[in-house]
Each structure stands twice: as structure tokens, then as C-alpha cells.
Design a protein around this ligand. Sequence first.
Ligand code: FES
Length: 179
Amino acid sequence: MDKSSLEAHVEPEKVRQWIAEIGSDTSAAVPILQAIQGEYGYLPREAMDLVVANTEINASQLYGVATFYAQFRLNPVGRHLIKICHGTACHVQGADRLNTSLRHILGIDDPERDTAINGSYTMENVACIGCCSLAPVMVVDGETFPNLKGADAQRALRNHARVHNEILPGQQSDEEARA
Ligand code: FES
């Protein structure tokens, strides 16, 4: 599955409808982007182009808003979201290593990407989530996984994937290499 197959199918009439309801001057940028992301889970390029073509908001203003606010995503999201805490305590306890081992098991080689190629999981770095004594921590679909040292994160994700019938692309290639 390539990246393009994760892209949403954008219906232009829907985007035009949101613009008609919300407005077309620069103050409408945030609510329009929220409407788009609420529908598609991220901000598809096609929808962004439609906003630029049908409002007074130019591309640099629109992308400026989309990249300024952490709530907005420019890339498709997977079926499950992994939040990796990068607050001070988690950082000191090895949050970077957590990212490395999760990227490996998810088969995400491209540093520009944060979603597994099969659309299963998306990784997101977040600020302190308020349970520093359990560092380092990740949260998968709202479930907190504490004290993730060494191979713990991969083990936790393997269990999560098994329960949710997901395939981990990196794990697959490890198994193929061993076969
Ligand atoms: S720094 Fe990670 S929970 Fe606080």
C-alpha cells in the first residue's frame, strides 16, 4: 500500500458548503480547517486548494494557520494513534529510543512520515501527559503504557496489534528476514 492509498477522497461540494456556512475571509481559516479535519482526519491537499480557490484566504495564510496550530495534520492518519510523550521526564528516560523502536516495528523509514504504510498506526510526539513518575510513556488510542524501557514498547504494540487484528509492517519484514 503506498502513501496515496491513505489519502482521503475529497468531495468539493462539501468543502464549498463549509465555506458558505463559515465565511470566506481570513478569520474563517481556523473553523474551515477544523471542519475539513473533522471530516477527513487531516487536511487533504485537494481540500486546501479548494479553500484557497474559493475564499479570500491565500495559500501562505492557510498553510501558515495549518502549521501554527498543533491540532492540525497535513498527512493522513492511521486507524490507531500512538502518542509518545516527550516531556522532560520522558525525554530523560529515553523517549527518543521509544520513537526509534516504534518506527522500526512499524516499518516507517522515511523521517518525513509518521504513519505506517498499511495505515495501521500513526505516531505523534506530544508534550507531558501528566504521569511523569511512569516515564517513559506512550498512549495508544487513549490507553496509557508506562515504563517503556528496552523492548517494552515493541512488545506492547505487538499485543495491541494482535488484539485489533492489525499487521505491523516492520515486524513482518523482521520475520521475513528470519525465514
Ligand atoms: S514527561 Fe512524560 S508524562 Fe510527564
